[in-house]
Design a binder for this molecule. Structure first.
Ligand SMILES: CC(C)(COP(=O)(O)OP(=O)(O)OC[C@H]1O[C@@H](n2cnc3c(N)ncnc32)[C@H](O)[C@@H]1OP(=O)(O)O)[C@@H](O)C(=O)NCCC(=O)NCCS
Length: 166
């Protein structure tokens, strides 16, 4: 597959806005159908040195995105929150795996982060399968944490640890 993994650019805002509003993404993330291009541009512009965001580009179009965001507290700088998505029609084709490999190489070998954490809805088998295959473990459940299709749904908290040898 002719897939390019590269840092996000402001010019990707249109593709990312379109992707975030897709069915098959919205129901599994915090995205909303009303997100404007200006919102997405601001989202990208606001990324700073603690935000590491990669996109997957295929035939000139962004088809996936992954980001790790370092926590701000001086005593939690070894921790990052992870978010990711792949365009609905490209899911299940190994793009998520490729994005995860790239971001974990950065996290493990270039930032040497100890903890990467994320939240995922309980019914998101594909995401949970991907996370487990990269060593993420379920740490607990946030009850009624997210609105999803007219209901309050639970979120699983997952994390992966890479402690320096002790
Ligand atoms: C979750 C998501 C990012 C995964 O990306 P993807 O490109 O679809 O996943 P991949 O094709 O790379 O699959 C990678 C791994 O996921 C797991 N996986 C894939 N499909 C699965 C399924 N139906 N059930 C369980 N595990 C599955 C497997 O471990 C697979 O590895 P393998 O092919 O070596 O077995 C993508 O499906 C997506 O964007 N979903 C909607 C938004 C979302 O859920 N974002 C995450 C919110 S926490």
């Amino acid at each position: 597959m002719d897939l390019i993994i590269r840092p996000v650019n402001l010019s990707d805002a249109g593709d990312i806005n379109d992707m975030r509003r897709q069915e098959g993404i919205r129901d599994k993330t915090l995205a909303l159908a009303t997100e404007t291009l200006a919102f997405t541009e601001a989202f990208i512009r606001n990324f700073g040195t603690d935000d590491h965001v990669l996109v997957a580009e295929k035939d000139g179009k962004v088809v996936g995105m992954i980001g790790i965001h370092l926590l701000k507290s001086a005593r939690q700088r070894h921790t990052a929150a992870l978010g990711m998505m792949v365009r609905a029609e490209f899911q299940g084709q190994g793009i998520g795996k490729k994005l995860m490999e790239n971001i974990l190489d950065l996290a493990d070998n270039w930032l040497m982060l100890v903890r990467i954490e994320l939240d995922v809805t309980e019914d998101n088998d594909r995401a949970i399968g991907l996370y487990r295959s990269f060593g993420f473990e379920v740490e607990g459940k946030k009850k009624y944490s997210i609105i999803k299709g007219g209901k309050y749904a639970d979120l699983l908290m997952m994390a992966r640890y890479l402690l320096p040898s002790q």
